[in-house]
Design a protein around this ligand. Structure first.
Ligand SMILES: *Cc1c(COP(=O)(O)O)cnc(C)c1O
Length: 346
């Protein structure tokens, strides 16, 4: 596939980009998919295309990657952080309701670690207050809420193809999926300077196009995504079975309505830092996502509205640890991690 791209020399927004957009729109079951340069740009362009801008408030979680909320600022709007649920690490719908003001325009639920937010509650709140929902699906490609694919429930779903994501390319890449023709047309224009064509530019836009080479790589990998997500779920089931019932250790939430795709398998313990070091000594790479909630980072100082306690997010930042989880991780590899955790916590 890469050879084709080299032969055709159409390196930006070429044929493979179109093919990828068609394949992903159909997989996610949205009408339109527009490829952009990163997951960050997917969020920024979707916000702008949905009409979010100056004077608007956007409700989201502080327990996420910075891009979820810096794009709200970049769009000219104000992030409003509300706390997460202790067990799912996802935004707490009850708290969303309390944070809504006359200025609230949108909600960005983040399907953190590959686990769907409670989309029934979130969509109900959004309908009642005529709010836009833009899903941050960067960590949950292939995940579902009931029968619905994540990214097809809100007005738009924003995906990242950063190499470490469940579906990743060999560089930066992203995608906006939507069933709204106006949003689709606007993202399509915004990714190329805001013009219908090069010399008829209507609005201020960006340069945010996907390379054809990245699209070719993604098309090849996309064929395996369901199998790879299943592989992650098998590793997660083994962790669930082997690590349950250990004192002081909490395992990821299981929601029967959510098809979890385990971008991360994240446990929590009050002895997180010690366990992190212990695993490192045993040659196991565990990670902390995220050590600092967004409201505690300088970039958001004085530019966000915080209406209530964010204690669950702050506690999570001190207690979470993501264990190795790869589609092709072997039983022995997983059992070694299990053994080392048990050895430490016993
Ligand atoms: C990775 C990620 C992004 C940003 O994607 P990039 O492709 O790195 O720009 C946004 N939100 C979340 C939750 C992510 O994990």
């Amino acid at each position: 596939m890469i050879d084709n791209v080299l032969a055709e020399q159409n390196f930006i927004l070429g044929r493979e980009v179109k093919e990828l957009e068609t394949a992903i729109a159909s997989y996610i079951r949205g009408k339109y998919a527009i490829a952009v340069a990163s997951g960050t740009d997917a969020l920024l362009l979707a916000l702008k295309a949905a009409g979010v801008g100056n004077g608007d408030e956007v409700i989201t979680t502080p327990f996420t990657f910075v891009a979820t909320a810096d794009t709200i600022l970049l769009a000219g709007a104000t992030p409003v952080f509300v706390d997460i649920d202790h067990t799912t690490f996802n935004i707490d719908p009850e708290l969303i309701k309390k944070a809504i003001t006359k200025k609230t325009k949108a909600i960005i639920p983040v399907h953190l670690y590959g686990l769907s937010c409670d989309m029934d509650s979130i969509m109900k709140i959004a309908r009642e207050d005529s709010l836009i929902v833009i899903e941050d699906v960067a960590q949950a490609f292939g995940g579902r809420w009931g029968e619905k694919r994540l990214g097809s429930i809100g007005l738009a779903g924003c995906f990242s193809f950063f190499p470490s994501k469940n579906l990743g390319c060999f560089g930066d890449g992203g995608m906006v999926v939507t069933s709204d023709l106006r949003v689709a047309e606007k993202v399509e224009m915004l990714r190329k300077h805001g013009g219908r064509d090069k010399y008829n530019v209507d609005m201020l836009g960006h340069n945010s196009r996907l390379d054809t080479l990245q699209a070719a790589i993604l098309l090849a990998k996309f064929r395996h995504i369901d199998k790879w997500n299943k592989g992650r779920r098998i590793v997660a089931e083994l962790y669930n079975k082997e690590l349950c019932g250990i004192n002081g250790l909490e395992l990821p939430a299981v929601n029967p309505k959510a098809y979890h795709v385990y971008h991360q398998y994240t446990i929590r313990t009050k002895r997180r830092d010690e366990l992190h070091r212990h695993l490192k000594d045993k040659g196991i790479g565990s990670m902390v996502y995220y050590p600092v909630p967004l409201h505690m980072q300088k970039v958001f100082n004085g530019v966000t509205n915080i209406v209530s306690s964010l204690k669950n997010s702050e506690n999570a930042a001190n207690e979470v640890l993501s264990l190795p989880i790869e589609p092709l991780q072997t039983l022995d590899e997983t059992m070694y991690v299990v053994k080392m955790i048990k050895e430490f916590l016993r």
